[in-house]
Design a protein around this ligand. Structure first.
Ligand SMILES: *[C@@H]1O[C@H](CO)[C@@H](O)[C@H](O)[C@H]1NC(C)=O
Ligand SMILES: *[C@@H]1O[C@H](CO)[C@@H](O)[C@H](O)[C@H]1NC(C)=O
Ligand SMILES: *[C@@H]1O[C@H](CO)[C@@H](O)[C@H](O)[C@H]1NC(C)=O
Length: 351
């Protein structure tokens, strides 16, 4: 509380927190000169008041501090003055229901797509109302070009959300998923996730819907996704489509160490994951999220994995171009909250 009342913006926070203390300090400098006895006369009731507040109603004080610490999302983190004030008041942090890692398997050269995905996931995470802890990481195999070896480090410095795998080549079915899951088991052994999701870079996940769906799932021996073949809704028939599927942590650990997975690591990646689990007798808990996880609906549908956007959509796949991303983001109201300002005139109600 060093800069009491110096910054106009601070006043608000002082009143929320040790309001009485701050008010006393502010006023003490401005008192007219008084005799010792009249000073005592003025100070005595103040001290009494302080005594009552600090010792008789300490709970009210805690409550006040808690209420100000739970302000609007991002409030504490974004305002340096309030975080300074709250430094000795531990913020009330709710334990997440579960922890989810989303590994977006992509290629180093797709800088523009990552920029889009960072916004899409960053905005959803920043809204701050997810009951789960979700981390999104971009996963490549070894960098193989000189420009990548500069531009990717730049990205890592700026965002810190990249995993570069050792021991795989960038090639759709060259064992990248196996290498990813094996690496994740080691990288996060000290602080495991409950679920690890493998996602493509052309799928949009709506995190609140995904988290709500996973929240009801068993935390172990669990295999979640959109069933293949497209005509089937039975998660035990074959496997989950590679667009985005989740495995519980115990299955990730098992895959990382299993000879079954090591012996079958190269091939159609999503099919292989299903094969490992079948050969290993794993994945007793399975959940088919179709149709909520679906492909983008083409004018002439190719198969039954395609579906139109729905309010209940969890994930839309095959967003291969910016116009498709724009269509999906508009439908799901990602930009609806933006108001026009003197800097830009957008009309979010028009198309
Ligand atoms: C994996 O492959 C090795 C070498 O071909 C073989 O000896 C072993 O039995 C296989 N293990 C499994 C579980 O398939
Ligand atoms: C988007 O917002 C509109 C207007 O508030 C609402 O009617 C619609 O249901 C929302 N769409 C989704 C997918 O939530
Ligand atoms: C915004 O769009 C709506 C619907 O198209 C239209 O009625 C309204 O006049 C527009 N407002 C502005 C300021 O352009």
């Amino acid at each position: 509380m060093g800069n009491n009342g110096k910054l106009g913006a601070d006043h608000h926070h002082h009143h929320l927190n040790g309001g009485l203390h701050a008010a006393m300090k502010r006023h003490s400098g401005g008192f007219p000169r008084l005799s010792a006895s009249s000073k005592a006369l003025v100070l005595l009731p103040l001290l009494l008041l302080a005594f009552i507040f600090f010792f008789v109603y300490p709970k009210e004080f805690e409550l006040q501090a808690m209420m100000s610490a739970c302000g609007p999302p991002g409030y504490t983190a974004s305002s340096s003055s309030s975080s300074h004030l709250l430094a000795d008041q531990p913020a009330v942090v709710r334990k997440p229901d579960f922890r989810l890692l989303i590994g977006v398997l992509t290629r180093a050269d797709l800088y523009e797509r990552r920029h889009l995905l960072r916004m899409v996931y960053g905005l959803q995470l920043a809204s701050g109302d997810l009951p789960a802890h979700v981390d999104v990481r971009f996963v490549f195999c070894r960098l193989y070009k000189d420009d990548q070896r500069v531009l990717v480090p730049l990205e890592i410095l700026a965002h810190g959300d990249v995993i570069v795998l050792d021991g795989c080549e960038e090639n759709l079915n060259g064992g990248k998923t196996y290498t990813f899951l094996k690496a994740v088991a080691e990288l996060y052994a000290d602080e495991p996730y409950d679920y690890v999701m493998k996602a493509d870079d052309d799928i949009l996940f709506r995190l609140p819907q995904l988290v709500a769906s996973l929240d009801g799932m068993p935390r172990e021996d669990m295999y979640y996704g959109a069933t293949i073949p497209c005509t089937s809704m039975d998660p035990f028939q074959e496997y989950m489509a590679g667009m985005g599927y989740a495995l519980s942590w115990d299955l990730v650990e098992w895959i990382a160490t299993s000879e079954i997975a090591r012996n079958h690591s190269v091939g159609t990646e999503d099919m292989l994951t299903g094969l490992w689990l079948r050969l290993g007798g794993k994945g007793k808990n399975r959940f088919n999220a179709k149709p909520a996880i679906h492909d983008y609906l083409n004018p002439v549908p190719v198969d039954q994995c395609e579906h139109e956007f729905m309010p209940s959509t969890i994930g839309v796949h095959r967003l291969k171009s910016n116009p498709r991303w724009a269509e999906a983001l508009k439908y799901f109201n990602f930009t609806a909250g933006l108001q026009s300002s003197k800097f830009y005139k957008f009309n979010s109600t028009s198309s």
